[in-house]
Design a binder for this molecule. Structure first.
Ligand code: 5AD
Ligand code: SF4
Length: 442
């Protein structure tokens, strides 16, 4: 039997796509190898959002090249956003690569492997949702659901519109049927994935499918028996409408956590980023969310050092972060991406300034996250157990509905929902003890 190994870089969308690659490979008779050295097929699912992933990827690719020199029959494949952004250049830069494909052509990989084609091939036209391919779940009780691909926004720093194309949604009935099947297989938590999830549905009617928007989708999935938790990532602040916000208060399965990418707290910078909302409009969305769901956990993405960002612009990002007091944030140093508008902007911010701003931002984010997390101390939270704690295998690790990692002592098994009494909290993690009282049902 032939064996494959997949290394994944980047976002949850890529994690999802990798599960589909694995499922598809197993459906054509491949088995997973524990590491690249034992594999006949070495695959990389690449990302172009973060510079760091790029250089890590190059190191892995160098290793694969040496493998291929020892064993020329090993097949090396490169998929994902970075592959899409450079297209056939992959083969010019890395002649040892056998097959390259973009995020919309994962199924082409099977075609390539089952044909007797000897020449290297690249596949870069969008042809189908990876969400329609078989999957291999990392945990049997958690499922990812790709609801759309691509993005119709034109954020000036972002490579996604050029790598993943325009926004195309999967029909509501398909998604409901998918989640019903997952639920029957034991999935109780689903994460809906898309580049701009709350723009979901705009293209459906035009393509001949029944009309539906993101709030309709949330309602339909909440109604599915066995689904106890719904998450989604990422929404766009522009499309964070009242129906979606209300759904957080109304639907029992929809978690009290919203990841709402900010990018910058300065309206001037937001404008140059083409984010289509201002500082005030963003704060207004946050206020509405907190009005309907007072205990909601908010996280965000922020870019520092966008071209032309002044000290004053940056201070506005800091002050917004103090005002919102996020439960957590992903912070990014701006880096130019090929085929993006902002890469051509003249006034790039010097590296030392970016680094200094990043340090200040991280301090504000962590201090607020730590303070926000204290509200959980003394409370009993529902935790979905994921497995042993990463730092102490005698303890368990899981997640609260607020998407906080919880490390605790207890007897539960992965996939179980348990009540945990929270004893302490850092900016990242909650610590506690399983409430045995609730286990007995007292
Ligand atoms: N430079 C830095 N960060 C970026 N992101 C996207 N493009 C860039 C870029 N060119 C960040 C944004 C986005 C997250 C997934 O990655 O914050 O929300
Ligand atoms: Fe990129 Fe903006 Fe679309 Fe997000 S909304 S994928 S940042 S273009």
């Amino acid at each position: 039997m032939k064996r494959y190994h997949v290394t994944t870089f980047g976002c949850q969308m890529n994690e999802h796509d990798s599960e589909r690659m694995k499922g598809m490979l197993e459906s054509i008779g491949y088995a997973e190898a524990p590491d690249a050295d034992g594999a006949d097929l070495i695959l990389f699912n690449t990302c172009s959002i973060r510079e760091a992933a790029d250089s890590k990827f190059l190191a892995h690719l160098g290793h694969a090249k040496r493998r291929k020199r020892e064993r020329p029959d090993v097949v090396i494949g490169v998929g994902g956003c970075w592959a899409q952004s450079v297209k056939d250049e992959v083969f010019r830069k890395f002649p040892f690569v056998d097959v390259a494909f973009g995020p919309g052509q994962v199924h082409k990989l099977a075609e390539f492997l089952t044909s007797d084609s000897l020449s290297a091939q690249g596949f870069f036209e969008f042809e189908g949702f990876t969400g329609d391919l078989p999957e291999k779940r990392a945990r049997e009780f958690q499922g990812w659901v790709q609801i759309s691909v691509g993005c119709n926004m034109a954020c000036s720093y972002c490579i996604v519109p050029s790598t993943r194309g325009r926004d195309v949604g999967r029909p509501l009935e398909t998604l409901v049927a998918d989640v019903e099947r997952m639920a029957a297989e034991g999935v109780s938590e689903v994460t809906l994935l898309g580049q701009n999830v709350n723009a979901y549905g705009r293209d459906l009617a035009r393509r001949g499918f029944p009309r539906a928007n993101f709030a309709d989708l949330l309602h339909a999935i909440d109604a599915i028996e066995g689904i106890r938790r719904i998450r989604y990532t990422s929404p766009h602040p522009q499309d964070m409408k009242e129906d979606v916000i209300r759904a957080h208060a109304e639907l029992p399965a929809l978690c009290e956590h919203v990841h709402l990418p900010l990018q910058s707290g300065s309206s001037a910078v937001l404008k140059r980023m083409r984010r289509t909302y201002s500082r005030e409009r963003y704060l207004d969305r946050v206020a509405l969310l907190r009005e309907h769901v007072p205990d909601v956990a908010l996280t965000t993405d922020i870019i520092v050092g966008f071209p032309g960002e002044t000290d004053d612009d940056f201070e506005q990002t800091l002050s917004l972060c103090e005002e919102v007091a996020y439960d957590g944030a992903f912070t990014f140093v701006y880096s130019p991406r090929r085929h993006t508008e902002a890469a051509e902007f003249e006034d790039q911010v010097p590296h030392e300034v970016k680094v200094e701003r990043m340090e200040r931002l991280v301090e504000v984010i962590q201090r607020n996250a730590r303070e926000r997390a204290q509200r959980f101390v003394g409370r009993t939270l529902e935790v979905l157990v994921e497995g042993p704690s990463r730092t102490d295998p005698t303890r368990l690790r899981g997640r609260s509905r607020h998407n906080k990692v919880v490390n605790f002592t207890g007897l539960a098994q992965p996939g179980e929902y348990v009540q945990v009494e929270i004893e302490s909290a850092t900016s990242q993690t909650l610590m506690g003890e399983e409430s045995l009282l609730s286990r007995v049902g007292a």
